[in-house]
Design a protein. Structure first.
Length: 439
């Protein structure tokens, strides 16, 4: 009996040591995650766009006096020290979850380094910047690619004149009157919320506020406030078309940014205590996932053109007091314009790499982006402010779509589709993860 007792005792001791080791590694990553959050909040005191959302403890916010000069070198040293510490954790490979968290934070820190340099006036090429900030490089298409897509609109769009002019004439039928904006947008959000709740269990106390604003470089924005609350703003500088109500209802709201942030907050921050999730740095790989999934979320609620057309005919257009004739053709044209969205990346490359002059930039946005003068100028302003961020909308969407298709989550398998989409919104996913999974 004694040898057995000794064996069991040794096993207990070994198990106890393993538990202590696991707790130690877990403690290490939590301490490092706290340093990561503190660093981001400190950088955010200088770069007001750095932190998009924070719903963690106030105790992590910096209390020391802010330097008069942006401490670029000090911040870069802290970024490197943290990355080295996470690399050691990954090398130990004590726990798959620890490795997943460490890899995710390391990629975010790479973005910290690039954003710190940008804020200091140190720039890289468009593709190098996007790779370091968002973890991906969007594909490059020749001008002939966009010309072929535009040519598809020739027989689709009614009227005479250039294709951009004909598209604009059609779109102008569906401008929402300003006094109807609130009613139309709330109806679209309500629809998206209802559908999302049929598939996701979301917190009972979740809610949002909707506001219409002016003089912004973006068309819409979700400011996530934590505790499952969002502040959604829609820019009314330009005329707003009926499809924007669907976009905002799903992209900014359900199952887009609002739901994405809620699920991360509940499943990872509150349920698991992952401090790093409480802080969302805007210029980071997280945004490629956030924007790509938000754009994909539009088709989750409204799969295919027919569902969008039907909802507009039966609900949105009557609320806006608009005629429904031509709405099917309009959404068919929008489908092609969605493929043309990659042209904005070429404009971004041209602007950041100084290979396009201002005339060429505007011409590309009009001819291949199907934008009018005002919208093209607004797009230039967005790229000027946010630089390579534009890849997150189209390339992010492409990566999400590839992942869903590769894993059986296409429109013909709606339940599987929602299940996969929920996993994407509830876990620390990197663009590199999607690139592996979609093969």
């Amino acid at each position: 009996m004694k040898p057995v007792v000794i064996f069991l005792l040794a096993g207990v001791i070994l198990f106890s040591c393993n538990q202590e080791s696991s707790k130690s590694v877990s403690s290490d990553i939590n301490q490092l995650a706290e340093k990561y959050v503190r660093l981001a909040l400190d950088i955010g005191r200088y770069d007001s766009s750095f932190v998009d959302a924070y719903y963690g403890s106030d105790s992590l916010k910096p209390t020391n006096t802010k330097n008069e000069i942006f401490p670029k070198d000090s911040f870069l040293v802290q970024v490197q020290e943290l990355q080295d510490a996470f690399s050691l954790l990954i090398k130990e490979k004590k726990n798959d979850t620890i490795v997943q968290r460490a890899n995710w934070i390391k990629a975010q820190l790479t973005a910290f380094g690039r954003r710190i340099k940008i804020f200091s006036g140190e720039y890289a090429s468009f593709d190098k910047e996007s790779l370091e900030l968002y973890g991906g490089t969007a594909p490059i298409y020749p001008e002939s690619h966009y010309q072929a897509l535009v040519a598809q609109l020739h027989t689709l769009l009614p009227g005479k004149g250039s294709i951009p002019e004909r598209f604009q004439l059609l779109a102008n039928r569906f401008i929402i009157p300003k006094n109807k904006l609130d009613t139309v947008f709330r109806a679209a959000i309500a629809k998206c919320r209802k559908v999302t709740r049929e598939h996701f269990e979301i917190p009972a106390n979740e809610d949002f506020k909707l506001e219409f604003v002016t003089d912004k470089p973006w068309s819409g924005y979700n400011w996530y406030k934590g505790n499952y609350q969002s502040f959604i703003q829609v820019n009314t500088d330009l005329q707003i078309f009926i499809d924007r109500a669907i976009d905002v209802g799903s992209h900014e709201s359900y199952p887009g940014h609002h739901v994405y942030n809620m699920l991360l907050e509940k499943n990872l921050y509150h349920d698991k205590g992952w401090l790093e999730i409480s802080m969302y740095p805007l210029f980071s790989p997280q945004s490629l996932i956030a924007e790509g999934s938000a754009n994909y979320g539009i088709d989750m609620v409204f799969p295919g053109i027919n569902s969008k057309v039907t909802f507009c005919k039966e609900v949105l257009l009557p609320l806006a007091g608009l005629d429904t004739s031509g709405i099917t053709t309009y959404f068919q044209a929008l489908e092609i314009r969605g493929q043309l969205n990659f042209a904005r990346n070429e404009v971004g490359r041209g602007m950041l790499n100084n290979t396009m002059d201002s005339v060429t930039v505007m011409q590309w946005l009009k001819d291949y982006g199907l934008m009018n003068e005002e919208t093209a100028k607004k797009s230039v302003r967005f790229i000027t402010v946010n630089r390579s961020y534009i890849i997150n909308y189209n390339y992010g969407l492409e990566l999400i779509d590839n992942y869903m298709q590769a894993n059986g989550g296409d429109a013909t398998h709606p339940e599987k589709r929602w299940q996969l989409f929920g996993k994407l919104l509830s876990n620390p996913v990197l663009p590199s993860d999607l690139m592996k999974l979609d093969k």
